[in-house]
Design a protein around this ligand. Structure first.
Ligand code: IMP
Ligand code: MG
Length: 180
């Protein structure tokens, strides 16, 4: 996109090592059990597909899509489900897969919503966390890594639908033409 610069934050190798570490922890904790992973579309799709390949237990996969109203870069106001889970979650161990935790509102909303189906447990696995921006209480049970308050793209994560396909993770900064 014109007017923005991409600054690399994590290489493919660094991401792979973070994902492997998370998969090892999850495989250990859920040993001997079955898991339903619920991926939040669209941002977490690449993370999900890499993560589940390394899990060492039977896994069922489902997806939700949420719409939030507010400005493009911030989750505020009302969150709505535009695509709900299809697998029955009652008595299941559920693990939500999210790309980035920012205000925490999306995950809080989804956790509360999924809890209505009476799962046996609900935990959260997030690749990235911008803790400085938290507005509601929310901690990932499994966290890849913290990031500063920057705008992230790549590895499934977009800026107005751009950059999702990039295999690395970047942060976006505006280009000041007067300084070029
Ligand atoms: P929250 O509800 O404020 O925690 O927002 C979480 C959602 O906002 C994530 O699922 C992302 O889709 C989006 N988001 C938060 N930070 C970024 C970012 O830096 N780049 C792209 N999307 C982001
Ligand atoms: Mg998202």
């Amino acid at each position: 996109m014109e007017g923005y610069r991409l600054n690399q934050l994590f290489t493919q190798e660094q991401i792979a090592s973070i994902v492997q570490g998370l998969a090892d922890q999850i495989s250990k904790d859920y040993d001997g059990r079955e898991l339903v992973v619920v991926c939040i579309l669209k941002g977490a799709f690449m993370f999900l597909s890499d993560l589940i390949r390394h899990l060492r237990m039977p896994v069922q996969v489902d997806f939700v899509r949420l719409a939030s109203y507010g400005s493009g870069m911030k989750t505020c106001g009302k969150i709505e489900i535009t695509k709900d889970v299809e697998i029955p979650l009652e008595k299941k161990d559920v693990l939500i897969i999210e790309d980035i935790i920012d205000s925490g509102r999306t995950l809080k909303f989804l956790k509360d919503h999924l809890a209505l189906s009476n799962p046996r447990s609900i935990k959260v696995c997030a690749l990235l966390d911008k803790k400085a921006r938290r507005e509601v209480e929310m901690e990932a049970d499994y966290l890849g890594t913290d990031v500063d308050d920057v705008f992230i793209v790549g590895y499934g994560i977009d800026f107005n639908e751009h950059y999702r396909y990039l295999p690395e993770i970047y942060y976006v900064t505006p280009i000041d033409p007067s300084k070029e």
